[in-house]
Structures are given as C-alpha cells and as structure tokens.
Ligand binder design. Sequence first.
Ligand SMILES: [Zn+2]
Length: 79
Amino acid sequence: MLNIDLRKIYNFYPLEPAPATGNLPTGGDIYYECLDCTAIVSSVPRIKSACVCGNLQGADGALNIARPERVRVVRGKLK
Ligand SMILES: [Zn+2]
C-alpha cells in the first residue's frame, strides 16, 4: 500500500454545504478526510488506498466507507 501524505501536495477545502452522509459525491478532485484518524483518501482511488483506522478503504476507482458519518468531504487543489 502506498501511503503518501497528500497534504504535502494539495491544499484541501471542505465542501460547503457539507454533503449528506448518505450521498457523498465522488470525483477526481474530491477527497475524504477520515475524522477518526485524520487521513485523507481519494474518493476515486486508482491505487490501493486506506486510512490508518480502516474507515476508508479502496482501489480501482471505488472506495468503501465503514463509517460515513465520520468523513469530511474536501476538495483538493494542487499547491
Ligand atoms: Zn481513518
């Protein structure tokens, strides 16, 4: 698994208004911040990705979210 600190590459801005928990958007510039371990994972991970606590796990463009109420949706912009 590749564990890059995306905050070194991107600035992240929370989506306003925050999307509903049951209807989280996805996209190339959309990322999810895990509120339990603070990791940031792409909403459409091309490589195998996961946060430290296991809330967010994905690969091949699909992400599984164990606790969607513990996710903040953010937009990533390259620094
Ligand atoms: Zn986590």
